[in-house]
Design a protein around this ligand. Structure first.
Ligand code: HXC
Length: 257
């Protein structure tokens, strides 16, 4: 399918999605959201695709939600349409996906990057939640995901001042998994995605689900959830194959069941 705001490339079992509204620094309007929902659902449904990378341009991952689209909206418009609720369809993606961030990841851009399972940042990346300067606040999960990622002190400072955080600080703070030179960003992200794509797919989903549970439950419940999923994986052929392959000193051949 062709999209107006996204460029899609297949790299074997990895899908690369580029946000592509260069004239607006990839500002996230309803069109981007609609297209991204379609792409993520298609990715989830396609057994041949095992990992996905979402990236932007060298200058901007995304400079936020589209301010021009929001500026004339009233409370009734926003509340009535449950504006931004569609992003929950993106976060419902079961299979792994990575955000590869270069340049600006501001407001909604930072929030979408945090929806990914993890972020790989270029050394040019700049993260921020500057919505307060527009008289609003994060609206796509930023106040919650940023606080869980970097803690109250830094999240509060970022949201109240609107300042940007560079890639080094983002890595030290736990916002990003890794920082790489800007010129290598997409290659590094694709390489990491390929490593994940080569893993047994059901185990990948289970690992993702149990880590996400750490943000939704208490410790005892989370550990029980982990153990049950772990037990459940012993019902898969890939578990027998994976352990047999280890003993026989050969790579596993995964079936995804
Ligand atoms: C719509 C945007 C945009 C945005 C940039 N553009 N960000 N359009 N929504 N979020 C447009 C500009 O209007 C301009 O269009 C073009 O992209 C290039 O941007 P410039 O500002 O000329 O580029 P530069 O001088 O390099 O500055 C880059 C920047 C700045 C520092 C990132 O663009 C900026 O501050 N953008 C807004 C960042 C922001 O506030 N994000 C949060 C948005 S609110 P023209 O047509 O003039 O060339 C959000 C909230 C979600 O995400 C929650 C609820 C609101």
């Amino acid at each position: 399918a062709d999209y107006e705001t996204l460029l899609i490339e297949r790299h074997d079992a990895v899908t690369l999605v580029r946000l592509n509204r260069p004239q607006a620094l990839n500002a996230l309007n309803s069109r981007v959201l609609g297209e991204l929902i379609e792409v993520m659902a298609a990715y989830d449904a396609d057994p041949a695709q095992r990992c996905l990378v979402l990236t932007g341009s060298e200058k901007a991952f995304a400079a936020g939600a589209d301010i021009k689209e929001m500026s004339s909206q009233s409370f009734a418009d926003m509340y009535g349409s449950n504006f931004f609720a569609g992003w929950e369809k993106v976060t419902a993606t079961r299979k792994p996906w990575i955000a590869a961030v270069a340049g600006y990841a501001l407001g909604g851009g930072c929030e979408v990057a945090m929806m990914a399972d993890f972020i790989i940042a270029a050394d040019t990346a700049k993260f921020g939640q500057p919505e307060i300067k527009l008289g609003v606040s994060p609206g796509m999960g930023g106040s919650q995901r940023l606080t869980r990622a970097i803690g109250k002190a830094k999240a509060m400072e970022m949201c109240l001042t609107g300042r940007m955080m560079d890639a080094g600080e983002a890595e030290r703070s736990g916002l990003v998994a890794r920082v790489v030179p800007a010129a290598d960003l997409v290659d590094e992200a694709l390489k990491t995605a390929k490593t994940i794509a080569d893993m047994p797919p059901l185990a990948a989903i289970a690992n993702k689900e149990m880590i996400n549970a750490a943000f939704e439950t208490g410790l005892a419940q989370g550990i029980l959830f982990e153990r049950r999923l772990f037990h459940g994986l012993f019902g898969t052929e890939d578990q027998s194959e994976g352990m047999a392959a280890f003993v026989e000193k050969r790579p596993g051949a995964w079936k995804g069941r």
